[in-house]
Design a protein around this ligand. Structure first.
Ligand code: HAM
Length: 425
């Protein structure tokens, strides 16, 4: 062998045709459910100014400190591959003054995101998210609409054993006292926390709560709970969210340990988790981020969103044996018996593809008739139509049902389309 083979980067993977139909199926479903909930698609660039994520996700978070793919472009600007979608959507809302449109704004997106994490089952360096964001409402009804949106998607897929965990992160007012309680707690244990968290202690002690270091995680178990620090209006908001969930009979668990790994959250945060897929059990994460748009230079525009990790969703679907509809196979293969009739075969196949929705194939490798039929069998063509000079002269050819071997006459003249459609339903 000559030069060495180049492989895909660690934590990334090719989605081969044998798998890609599953992705198309999911993407179609996402579009369908989003339409039902009246969310409109938004596409933002894959790379952004690094400062966008510094200012939104937060420069003390694991995502920004340890996991971002950051580089300088040729004009020496610091650029980062997007580690998540909310910051970009918020930037876009501000940049295009979308907040001047009728509120609320309801957007969804599907795309790739990048985090330099240690790859393992359900955790990649390039991964896909389906995300949704609502801008313009601070009311608990928006929280519920969003949770219902995510739930409907999971229900449509018939996914079982998903637990909705909720918490409230309070507002900046509640967080002031909570921050000092968390600071006090970890300060008394500072000899045990990791070096990154030691630096976080003064700047943003809350971030210690989602550090992945084992010792820090153990210590976080007994850290003070945010729920004891909520102000009256944050309490009311949280109570209303719970009230709606109860009325709608949606099961949930309050988990004060959910602090989410991103700085922009306030009030409601939530995750859908499944314990069948190992450590990376959160398939969906989201929450309110009422101050983000203003923090990024826009007006005050309360917002809430979620993102579902598509790879983790697939893991659950595989575990639960959720079925996908496979590709449509070839409807009709038009075989030729000699070179002279090839142009007729191309012409008929072109007409079929354009005038009907049938999948039609013909030979482009110069195979003899026997090999063409063998190939048609391999690609599971439903019918084979054999065309030679004799068939052209007599104005019809014979189509064979590859399943039951029945044969049919097919006109090669005016009735061609009707005849083919009659047999291939
Ligand atoms: P997140 O919790 O960082 O939130 O990510 C959301 C989901 O993306 C996770 O629950 C997980 O399923 C998936 N995910 C995250 N990292 C990876 C990875 N390395 N490999 C595979 N899957 C992964 C956000 O990204 C927020 N932007 C969600 C949000 C939207 N909050 C408000 N609006």
């Amino acid at each position: 062998m000559g030069s060495s083979i180049i492989k895909a980067q660690r934590g990334t993977k090719d989605i081969l045709p044998s798998e890609s139909f599953k992705w198309s199926f999911l993407e179609n479903l996402i579009e369908k459910i989003s339409l039902r909930f009246n969310f409109k698609k938004i596409r933002t660039p894959i790379f952004e100014s690094t400062s966008l994520f510094d200012r939104s996700v937060g420069n003390q978070t694991d995502v920004v400190q340890k996991e971002m793919y950051t580089f300088f472009d040729k004009a020496k600007r610091s650029i980062s591959l997007r580690p998540e979608g909310t910051a970009s959507v918020a930037r876009s809302v501000i940049e295009h003054s979308l907040f001047k449109n009728a509120l609320p704004l309801k957007f969804f997106y599907v795309g790739t995101f990048y985090r330099y994490e240690k790859p393992q089952s359900g955790r990649f360096r390039e991964f896909y998210q389906f995300g949704a964001e609502i801008f313009g409402s601070s009311l608990p009804e928006a929280d519920i609409e969003l949770i219902l949106f995510a739930k409907s998607f999971f229900d449509e897929l018939k996914i079982r054993n998903l637990l909705l965990k909720i918490n409230s992160m309070g507002c900046s007012f509640c967080r002031e006292s909570y921050n000092s309680a968390v600071y006090k707690y970890f300060n008394s244990k500072k000899s045990k926390i990791c070096s990154v968290c030691l630096a976080r202690l003064k700047k943003n002690p809350l971030r210690i709560l989602d550090c992945k270091d084992e010792e820090c995680r153990n210590l976080s178990e007994n850290a003070p709970s945010i729920l004891n620090f909520l102000c009256k209006s944050c309490c009311c908001h949280f109570e209303s969210v719970k009230f709606y969930l109860d009325v709608l009979k949606i099961k949930y668990k309050i988990d004060s340990k959910i602090v989410r790994g991103l700085d922009y959250y306030n009030r409601t945060v939530f995750e859908f988790v499944n314990d069948e897929i190992g450590n990376q059990s959160a398939v969906c994460g989201g929450g309110r981020y009422d101050d983000l748009v203003e923090k990024l230079g826009g007006p005050f525009l309360p917002a809430i969103g979620f993102a579902i990790g598509i790879e983790r969703l697939f893991l659950i679907m595989e575990k639960q044996k959720v079925e996908f509809k496979n590709f449509k196979t070839c409807d009709i293969y038009i075989a030729n018996t000699s070179n002279e009739v090839k142009s007729t075969v191309v012409d008929l196949s072109f007409i079929l593809k354009n005038k009907t929705k049938l999948i039609c194939e013909y030979d482009i490798l110069g195979r003899n008739l026997k090999s063409q039929i063998k190939y048609a069998d391999k690609i599971k063509a439903k019918f084979v139509l054999v065309i030679g000079s004799k068939e052209i002269t007599q104005g019809f050819a014979i189509a064979k049902d590859m399943n039951n071997k029945k044969t049919f006459n097919v006109s090669l003249k005016d009735a061609f389309l009707q005849d083919v459609l009659k047999i291939v339903k």
